[in-house]
Design a binder for this molecule. Structure first.
Ligand code: CLF
Ligand code: SF4
Length: 297
């Protein structure tokens, strides 16, 4: 399918390790954990860990200010020549922490203009920030879309925070879904490359994700990444506590194959932490803690 894309798009993904399977052998990415807050609740989330939108529950990230994030990025980029992408993926939601997120992007577009900027979000605030995302030359945005049906959404999202109040039940999912779809359309209209992440939750959205794949493809999403639910009572997620299981490897692959009829599927995702550093599947974050970065300057 890649052959069908015009050359400019191919060029835009050729050094992004997530958007191009080939690129992940040669290029590295890093995340800066500048976004601790979140504006929704997913049943698979435990706020003590990194956002499961992009990240595997792991160890709590060191939350950075924008200035610290810029400093860390410059130090890492100097030490790892393959570093091509800087992403903000939590540990909460990038757009629930807009000041730090955009201040980080502003600092980097000035001091490291060659780094590609990448953002991952649950999509709730996306329509409000699309212009800003375009202004800061963020070229890659990931939206986590787990459903387009609010009845399914109600089983995944117990609440969202919207217009200064908490909204629950089906209404919460209706708002979230409509914001996500609107955000997707607005990004595509501005020529920003969109990847959709979906968490596969057996018995809840697994069959439905084929429809999600069709719809987001039709709206112009570039890539779909179906990730397995990591449900572990040890992490204290609501799903983990209720005994909800994650998919097996075979179930995940079968669903990815079914979705693939419609669009490019990402199959090399490593469910990175919100402070991951290095090639995909490699995490050199411990080499670049703030303390060590300060000592390098
Ligand atoms: Fe990070 Fe995500 Fe950007 Fe990549 S990760 S914000 S698109 S630079 Fe990549 Fe990691 Fe999978 Fe994400 S392997 S979890 S898809
Ligand atoms: Fe947790 Fe991420 Fe969902 Fe927010 S969007 S509740 S941080 S998994």
């Amino acid at each position: 399918q890649l052959d069908e894309l015009d050359a400019s798009v191919t060029q835009r993904v050729q050094d992004h390790p997530c958007y191009s399977e080939e690129a992940h052998k040669y290029f590295a990415r890093m995340h800066v954990a500048v976004a601790p807050a979140c504006n929704i609740q997913c049943n698979y989330c435990n706020r003590k860990y990194d956002c499961s939108n992009e990240s595997r529950p792991g160890v709590v990230s060191e939350v950075l200010t924008a200035a610290q994030a810029v400093k860390k990025t410059l130090a890492v980029a100097a030490a790892i020549p393959q570093m091509s992408v800087l992403g903000i993926a939590g540990p909460g939601d990038a757009l629930a922490n807009p000041e730090r997120t955009f201040e980080t992007f502003a600092g980097l577009s000035e001091r490291a203009p060659d780094l590609k900027l990448c953002l991952s979000t649950n999509g709730l605030m996306l329509p409000q920030y699309v212009d800003k995302i375009a202004d800061y030359h963020v070229d890659h945005v990931t939206i986590t879309i787990n459903c387009i049906d609010p009845d399914i959404g109600a089983q995944i999202y117990p609440w969202i925070f919207w217009n200064h109040r908490r909204v629950t039940g089906r209404e919460a999912s209706e708002i979230l879904i409509s914001q996500q779809q609107k955000g997707l359309e607005m990004l595509v209209a501005r020529g920003i490359l969109v990847k959709v992440n979906s968490v596969m939750i057996p018995g809840i959205n697994d069959q439905h994700l084929k429809e999600v794949s069709r719809v987001v493809r039709a709206k112009g999403a570039f890539l779909h990444n179906v990730m397995p639910l990591i449900s572990d009572p040890v992490h204290g997620t609501h799903f983990g506590l209720t005994g909800q299981r994650g998919p097996t490897q075979q179930e995940l692959k079968a669903l990815q194959d079914e979705c693939a009829g419609d669009m490019n599927m990402m199959r090399h995702c490593q469910q990175c932490r919100a402070d991951a550093v290095g090639m995909l599947g490699e995490d050199r974050g411990a080499e670049f803690t703030l303390e060590k970065v300060e000592a390098m300057q």
